[in-house]
Write a protein that binds this ligand. Sequence first.
Ligand SMILES: C[S@@+](CC[C@H](N)C(=O)[O-])C[C@H]1O[C@@H](n2cnc3c(N)ncnc32)[C@H](O)[C@@H]1O
Length: 366
Amino acid sequence: MCNTTTLAPPAPSAEGLSPRQQEFSERLLGMLNDAAASMMISIGHRTGLFTVMQDGRAVTSAELAEKAKLHERYVREWLGAMTTARIVSFDPASGKFTLPADHGAFLGEGAEIANMAGTFQFISILGGVESKIVDCFENGGGVPYEEYERFHECMAEESDVTVVAGLEDHILPMAPGLIAKLEAGIDVADIGCGSGHALIYLGALYPNSRFTGFDLCEEAVVTAIAEAKERGLSNVDFVKQDATLLEGSGLFDAIFTFDAVHDQAQPATVLAHIRRLLKDDGVYLMQDIDAQTPVEANIDHPMGTFVYTISCMHCMTVSLAQGGVGLGAAWGEQLAEAMLKDAGFRSVSVQRLPHDEMNLYFVCRP
Ligand SMILES: C[S@@+](CC[C@H](N)C(=O)[O-])C[C@H]1O[C@@H](n2cnc3c(N)ncnc32)[C@H](O)[C@@H]1O
């Protein structure tokens, strides 16, 4: 622990604090606890502890450790954090811990409503580059993609929930006529495809169509190629390609970007390439962060602080690391629409989907 840090804010009952100071110091303490809980939620997700507790049975730390095949001492401390965070309940009489059903609906693999625990992994990923980000505050520049441990793996997990799970029933129907075309056989591209889960899913669903994913990161492309091969998909291809340098025109009937424009080095150039690569009767579907361009319009955003933080510590800095413009995740609906129009899309409709609170969907036609 750094000895120059004053860890403990004034106790809430401290004399001489104005009500607003008291309220703020309590809020800071709450943030400290919640930030700590975030990392423990990430650990609960990665170790499978939430999944094991999802049956709602009361367990001792030893029983839970045995079921999860983990070391008891660590599990006991994790349970302490989960209990004080009021995620898990504890019965002192029996010494047993329970994950209430209402909480289990959001945590663990079999989560009935949505497994939100996976998203907490990003907090730990960002923590891993904090010193490099501090260096950028002082000296400028950016932190490149390769510095983020497990980023593509966690992004693919996130994309399974927000993109893949919603493709057939929610995302594709936003572009009228697209499903019929996919069934008949068309050419589709996914720019900044990451580990390629969206195209792998679509490739299996629409065997008459041809799918190409482009991504800058070798690690993501290698994973995507291996997975497509493992599934025996001959209509899905992945290419390591800087989207800033995409060439050709009128090659695709549909182009997707899922959460992949705002962290581009040159987003305006990429949007112009997408317009050029699209056939005149084609459709471009852009999923990107739901935010407003002016900061004051995001004050009541339910995930506003998370969006600006992930932007500063990832999306913006990876763009700056490539000598890019550093648009940032909170570029917002207004600027996004203006840039899409500048790129040559005359029709842009903005939609929200209930299963994906984090993103906006822009359905764009030339
Ligand atoms: C936030 S991730 C989204 C990945 C994927 N679409 C998904 O939903 O899981 C953004 C992706 O854009 C890629 N990317 C960033 N800059 C790029 C560039 N200049 N050219 C191609 N891909 C790029 C990154 O490697 C990363 O995989």
